[in-house]
Design a protein around this ligand. Structure first.
Ligand SMILES: Nc1ncnc2c1ncn2[C@@H]1O[C@H](COP(=O)(O)OP(=O)(O)OP(=O)(O)O)[C@@H](O)[C@H]1O
Ligand SMILES: [Mg+2]
Length: 383
């Protein structure tokens, strides 16, 4: 798919910004704090109904303004045109999302229709950070490729919250909560087993993509891999009934520990996903360069995976990723992403792009200053 144009009104520091995008590389250049990343965040709202940073709607609303509006024109791979619109207004303020003027009731239903892949400075935590960062990665990718997964995830989180509340209350009041937990145990196990099976499957499906992407970036001697370590020991992920039974039994055994801590001890919210290169754990032993290469490979693999699963070419958003790369690596990354699809890049350094970079109809640069596009070379190409 391609984003043909977008319009931001009272969104962060953009009072009114309209951008006509090109089909390949769109580059937003400007000094720090001018509003480049805010444009990518707006794209995330238009494709996923929300911010990829997890910012809430009240935070992205321009300070002092009563409402914000975003409009996007998206063309699918099969050239179907969609107008997506976000409106946050009213008293109390409420977010509305519409596609081709039809209001969308369930926002989660939009996830996956307009797939996006994001690489930003925050993405680094997926290889460096805690297990929660890798679960987030897994959930983000699988949710875009499976509506059922997202529904189970939302339901699992709701049940987990309730269950944790019961456990915590019982701990503080020193009471027995076994009977209260019973119905929540069943829900936790039912949705949790579905999440575990889907995560296990995802790791199998994702593997060839990460190997392929890593090959594009590094020597053949380095073989990347992903391993799924569920917090519940499961003999086989083939059958739902087996996973449910083992999860349920493990949950009963964990009861004493849960009473002590006042929280749910096991389940998909405690799963781990390990990344390795040549069977060596990336998080603990990899060099900086290996981390960076793995991260770019992971994002490229995410792109290939989503394109296959969603039957739609994702949009790539690269926020400030070139600042850390030398010119050779920048060039390599640009060459890698160029054939993939439409890309939106933010950068502070305009000299980053190779002198011979083809600034033609398919690659466009914009200069952003104080929340506005001050130069758009759509009608005036310069090198
Ligand atoms: N709700 C808001 N209302 C008005 N301005 C906001 C709001 N939220 C953020 N801003 C402003 O937006 C600007 C930051 O924009 P953004 O993060 O897009 O910058 P950037 O161009 O990506 O900068 P950098 O190169 O440092 O990453 C800041 O000036 C900030 O004060
Ligand atoms: Mg930024």
């Amino acid at each position: 798919m391609r984003l043909k144009s977008l319009r931001l009104i009272n969104f962060r520091n953009h009072a009114e910004t309209t951008i006509q995008c090109c089909d390949k590389t769109n580059v937003f250049l400007g000094e720090n704090g001018e509003g480049k990343t805010n444009i990518l965040e707006a794209i995330s709202y238009l494709c996923l109904t929300k911010s990829f940073f997890g910012s809430n709607d009240g935070t992205v609303l321009q300070i002092g303004k009563p409402s914000f509006e975003l409009d996007g024109e998206i063309h699918s791979d099969s050239e179907i045109s969609y107008h997506t619109r976000v409106l946050y207004s009213g008293n109390p303020k409420e977010k509305k999302f519409s596609i081709n003027k039809s209001p969308v009731e369930k926002f989660s239903g939009v996830i996956g229709q307009f797939p996006i892949v994001i690489l930003s400075p925050e993405s680094g935590s997926v290889t460096f950070g805690m297990p929660a960062d890798r679960r987030k990665f897994m959930d983000f990718v699988i949710s875009q490729s499976s509506k059922l997964y997202l529904e189970d995830l939302i339901e699992y989180r709701r049940i987990l919250k309730q269950r944790n509340k019961i456990l915590l209350d019982a701990k503080l009041q020193r009471t027995d909560c076994s009977e209260l937990l019973e119905p929540w145990d069943n829900g936790l196990v039912e949705h949790g087993a579905l999440l575990m099976q889907r995560r296990w499957k995802f790791v199998q499906e994702f593997h060839p993509h990460i190997v392929k992407a890593h090959r594009l970036l590094s020597a053949e001697t380095e073989t990347p891999s992903l391993q799924y370590h569920p917090s519940v020991t499961v003999d086989s992920f083939e059958e739902q009934s087996g996973i449910r039974e083992q999860f349920y039994n493990a949950l009963q055994q964990a009861r004493t520990e849960e009473r002590r801590t006042g929280s749910t001890a096991i389940g998909p919210h405690k799963d781990e996903l390990d990344f390795t290169i040549n069977n060596i754990e990336l998080r603990k032993f990899a060099s900086q360069g290996q981390h960076k290469t793995f991260l770019v490979a992971l994002k490229t693999a995410e792109f290939f995976y989503l394109r296959e699963r969603c039957n739609e070419t994702p949009i790539l958003l690269l926020d400030d990723v070139f600042s850390e790369l030398d010119s050779h690596r920048s060039k390599q990354l640009l060459e890698l992403i160029h054939p993939l699809g439409q890309t939106f890049i933010t950068a502070t350094n305009k000299n980053l792009f190779p002198a011979k970079f083809d600034w033609t109809e398919s690659n466009r640069k914009f200069f952003i200053h104080q929340g506005a596009v001050v130069y758009d070379e759509a009608s005036n190409f310069i090198n």
